[in-house]
Design a protein around this ligand. Structure first.
Ligand SMILES: [Zn+2]
Length: 139
């Protein structure tokens, strides 16, 4: 498997692994179904680490903004329905909200950026340092 940097797309010998989350797994499964999987292992090199972290932060920030926006629209829609006493409009309001939620998911997928597992390296180091069990004492 070729290791590829997610930022610079250059081939790597070693790097920081990408956290395997639901989005990564879903994209991989779809690509395998469509037979367009590249089989590359996604990583981040030392040089691009800060950039990858920043992009991930931007992505998380935009998700929070989208969630806040949809929540505000939802509250306004419900308040308007209550004020006008037009509860007959509520199903339409909820339909609109579901549409907005769907749009949010699509948008976040386009903006999606994976998280870098900077602890991955440390973990293997810790596992290697694991102490052997003390030998049983003879009676
Ligand atoms: Zn790179």
């Amino acid at each position: 498997m070729t290791k590829v940097c997610v930022v610079g797309k250059e081939e790597l010998k070693t790097g920081y692994p990408i956290k395997e989350d639901i989005v990564i797994k879903t994209i991989r499964a779809i690509k395998k179904k469509l037979k367009i999987a590249t089989g590359n292992e996604l990583m981040v090199c030392e040089k691009h680490l800060e950039e990858a972290k920043k992009k991930r932060k931007d992505f998380e920030g935009s998700i929070i903004k989208l969630v806040a926006l949809v929540s505000v629209i939802a509250v306004i829609a419900v308040i308007l329905a209550v004020l006008n006493g037009t509860f007959s409009l509520l199903p339409a309001t909820f339909a609109l909200l579901i549409l907005l939620g769907f749009l949010m998911i699509v948008l976040s997928l386009f903006k999606y950026y994976p998280a870098v597992d900077t602890e991955g390296k440390g973990e293997t180091a810790r596992r290697k340092a694991h102490k052997p069990k003390p030998a049983r004492r003879k009676r």
